[in-house]
Design a protein around this ligand. Structure first.
Ligand SMILES: C[S@@+](CC[C@H](N)C(=O)[O-])C[C@H]1O[C@@H](n2cnc3c(N)ncnc32)[C@H](O)[C@@H]1O
Length: 204
């Protein structure tokens, strides 16, 4: 296996060493929902949900949300946040590279799961995202911009692994995904000192 192991992620949650965690839902998700990009009650997956602030927001707004994570400690935290608010969501401990939903869904919220996977696994993950969605389904993606000096020497560093838009276009080619025209909204990740580019791709 290339990249971080399940134990790596579990240990980070147990130690509460989660610099990627905003402590609240990404405001871009709120903006997308306020713009009405999802129909009421839509089925939505949140792969690599972590402690699940976005799972909570989606559940609060009445969506049928499933959070998937490889680390049980992440899901325990998410479960507690949901319980505190009297909300429910389906939480699944699994590997996004081989887990399948019972049926295709309407949307996927992808935030820092792709950049948590080694690029060796990106193609397989992109296939999964395509398989999970119904035709016309929406991939709400936040592509992490995390360039490192060693990139120029060909060293693959991460997580977070840099998600340059040329690579994103190769992973999600226009023949399989509808791309809106750029420029794309930029979301600042203060704690990581990074930026994410926010794009809604539509599965063809
Ligand atoms: C950088 S964290 C992001 C968590 C959350 N999306 C957020 O933005 O706060 C990456 C998450 O992906 C999970 N993860 C990593 N590899 C995974 C895999 N193969 N299958 C499922 N979850 C995975 C980790 O356990 C972790 O919760």
């Amino acid at each position: 296996m290339s990249g971080p192991t399940p134990d790596f992620w579990q240990a980070r949650f147990l130690a509460r060493d989660m610099p990627w965690d905003r402590g609240e839902a990404n405001s871009q998700l709120g903006a997308w929902l306020a713009a009405g990009i999802l129909p009421a009650g839509a089925r939505i997956l949140v792969p690599g949900c972590g402690q699940g602030w976005e799972v909570v927001l989606l559940a609060e707004q009445g969506f049928q949300v499933t959070g998937i994570d490889i680390a049980s400690a992440a899901l325990e935290l998410c479960k507690a946040h949901l319980a505190q608010r009297g909300l429910s969501a389906r939480l699944v401990q699994g590997d996004v590279l081989n887990w399948q939903p019972d049926e295709p869904v309407d949307a996927v919220f992808e935030q820092t799961c792709l950049c948590a996977l080694h690029p060796d696994d990106w193609q397989a993950y992109a296939e999964q995202l395509h398989r999970w969605l119904v035709p016309g389904g929406k991939l709400m993606a936040l592509f992490m911009q995390a360039p490192r000096p060693e990139d120029e020497e060909g060293v693959i560093g991460g997580p977070p692994y840099h998600c340059p838009m040329t690579a994103m276009r190769a992973l999600f080619p226009a023949r399989r995904w509808h791309w809106p025209a750029p420029p794309y909204a930029r979301c600042t990740h203060e704690r990581l000192g990074r930026t994410e580019l926010a794009v809604v791709l539509i599965r063809r």
